[in-house]
Design a protein around this ligand. Structure first.
Ligand SMILES: [Zn+2]
Ligand SMILES: [Zn+2]
Length: 189
């Protein structure tokens, strides 16, 4: 995959817009994290990075479509992706105390930064646009994907997909409300 790190210090004052649509941006982390979904309409991100006081505004859109397993029955569930996002990335390690030891701070952040959207290469702050694309996709995914709104899910007893018909255990148990009615009838007699 191409390197999508951009040098933040080299941006023009009016900012710059980037278009990212290479499938590998999302495909590689999907495989890395062994996520059970696939892209059904190509994903495309447009990201504007605008220099501001103390950091950068990162604003963009992400569009496309992915197929995930339904959270009830595990069949395909199609999720249209149409996300808008806006974040502020502040310049790391630039407080007065740290400014003198800038090299050390930068090296440390490269090692163990967990919110690592900004990394340093030769003391120059770089923003990883591919990481942003991945994060924004994760945020845009439905929390409980459904193949359809009224998905009946799988039978807890035998695992049959109840969208495709009733299973034997449902018939045996019967409807508890019907059982109550049957009981009433017995008492009357
Ligand atoms: Zn389902
Ligand atoms: Zn069953």
């Amino acid at each position: 995959m191409q390197n999508y790190r951009i040098s933040l210090n080299d941006l023009p004052p009016e900012g710059k817009e980037f278009t990212l649509d290479e499938a590998a941006i999302w495909q590689e982390p999907m495989e890395e994290f062994r996520l059970d979904f696939r892209v059904s309409k190509p994903l495309c991100a447009r990201i504007l990075v605008l220099p501001m006081d103390g950091g950068w505004l990162v604003r963009g859109t992400l569009e496309g479509e992915v197929v995930l397993p339904c959270s009830r029955c595990a069949e395909d569930s199609v999720a249209a992706i149409a996300a808008r996002f806006e974040d502020f990335e502040s310049m790391p390690g630039m407080s007065d105390d740290e400014a003198e030891n800038d090299d050390i701070v930068a090296a440390g952040e490269m090692e163990d930064s967990t919110d690592g959207r900004i990394v340093f290469e030769r003391n120059s702050p770089m923003l990883d646009l591919a990481a942003i694309c991945w994060e924004e996709l994760m945020l845009a995914l439905p929390v409980t994907p459904l193949c359809r709104n009224d998905c009946k899910g799988l039978c807890a007893g035998c695992g049959v997909n109840l969208n495709e018909g009733m299973c034997a255990c449902t018939e045996e148990e019967g409807d508890p409300r019907m059982a109550a009615l049957r009981g009433l009838t017995l008492h009357k007699n």
